[in-house]
Design a binder for this molecule. Structure first.
Ligand code: MN
Length: 410
């Protein structure tokens, strides 16, 4: 392919209407940061486009739902579009589930640098720079009743690369049609690249995680195109607040002081890895031993959580410990020779029973009791999810209760 090298920015799912989630104990400054986080992330995306002199920005849907943001959302976005307009950057915006063109307030005119796609049949824009075309951008709004039809996007071959902007779930395997070199997708909150050759199939994900189910860094993608090298994608973080689940392994001799040191060390490591972001951390302690037992059932977990919050949520960057719990994985019996401990016998039984898929039926234990009739329905568990939970809880309880059994024999 001939043509001029250029760079563009690919982003989606700003969801300005969705603040992050925070527990009731979250301190005020962090709650404030959480409410603002989608806006700050969107602003950083624009900063990145300007800093890297992107030729254009591609927005692949779910940018904002104006009915939920109120006037603030569209006003903010118009301001960001203006910043791009001042630098001569065009915005190609395809609507998704929450931002169909008809929801945009008609009183608020979009700046001229914004091209909104408004039809469900693909429209083609030729992007020019200095009077010469450098890229083709093809886009269509989501059709409410049907999945994306890749063949609708088919284009005749061109001298310049062609970028298709599409919102929604699609089968990445099917995104292979004549004349499309880059599928700029939106609607998935997790960043994912399905293919980089022969064409690129990429979701940049949301620029801001909203809760523990969206952990790790979030941002947008800067894409460089070169006539010989094709597309090169680079991730840039835009989030100001980051969720993380940190697993801390302990063993049977780990004591409280050692655990505190491990936790502190991990906080420092997180802060060092991204000094500009605030962290929301869920701690999971993995392992077994007396300490784990105390964490599971005593006051210790609450005390440690309190301590972490006092120590690391006073100054920026914040590291707020959202929760601290013990992993719910059932321990394995020890592989020792000789007479196994009662705990190991119990754990082996658990392993055996887990592989069987029978209904858990405890009604025989209630036989002869006056409550048998009333209890009948809860003593026989058929729901597989509930059954699993029951197994897990009872296995953990048993393992913990038998933990110190060696002592009894002494
Ligand atoms: Mn979305």
């Amino acid at each position: 392919m001939a043509g001029t090298p250029f760079c563009f920015l690919h982003a989606s799912d700003f969801h300005l209407e969705q603040p992050g989630t925070a527990g009731i104990e979250t301190p005020e400054p962090l709650r404030e940061a959480m409410l603002e986080s989608p806006y700050r992330a969107a602003e950083r995306v624009v900063d990145l486009a300007l800093a890297h002199q992107a030729a254009f920005v591609v927005l692949a849907g779910d940018i904002l739902d104006p009915t939920w943001t109120g006037p603030r959302g569209p006003l903010f976005l118009r301001e960001q579009f203006r910043r791009l307009a001042d630098a001569g950057v065009t915005v190609y915006w395809v609507g998704g589930r929450c931002d169909p063109p008809e929801l945009w307030p008609s009183l608020l005119r979009l700046p001229d640098n914004v091209r909104r796609f408004s039809r469900s049949r693909p429209e083609v824009h030729l992007h020019e720079q200095g009077g010469a075309p450098i890229a083709r951008v093809v886009g269509a709004v989501r059709h409410k009743k049907r999945r994306v039809r890749p063949r609708d996007f088919r284009q005749s071959p061109a001298e310049v690369p062609t970028i298709a902007v599409v919102y929604g779930r699609t089968d990445p395997e099917k995104l292979h049609v004549e004349g499309i070199d880059y599928w700029a997708l939106g609607g998935r909150h997790r960043r994912s690249t399905f293919r980089t050759s022969p064409e690129v199939v990429h979701y940049p994900g949301t620029p801001q995680g909203r809760g523990p189910e969206e952990p790790g860094a979030h941002g947008c993608t800067l894409v460089w195109w070169h006539p010989e090298r094709g597309f090169r994608l680079a991730f840039f973080a835009a989030d100001g607040l980051r969720w993380q689940t940190e697993r801390i392994p302990v063993h049977s001799r780990t004591n409280r002081e050692a655990l505190e040191t491990l936790l502190r060390g991990r906080v420092h490591a997180l802060r060092q890895s991204a000094p500009m972001v605030d962290w929301m951390v869920d701690w999971v302690i993995v392992g077994e031993g007396p300490l784990v037992d105390r964490l599971r059932r005593g006051r210790l977990a609450a005390e440690l959580l309190e301590q972490l919050r006092r120590e690391f949520a006073q100054e920026k960057p914040f590291c707020w410990s959202n929760s601290l719990r013990v992993s719910q994985e059932i321990p394995k019996p020890a592989e020792t020779e000789g007479t196994p401990s009662l705990r190991d016998v119990f754990l082996r039984l658990v392993q055996q029973r887990q592989n069987e898929t029978e209904t858990v039926d405890l009604s025989e234990y209630a036989e002869g009791s006056s409550l048998a009739g009333q209890l009948g329905s809860i003593l026989s568990v058929e729901d597989p999810r509930l059954q699993n939970q029951l197994w897990q809880e009872s296995a953990l309880l048993g393992a913990d209760l038998l933990e110190g059994e060696g002592m009894l024999g002494m």
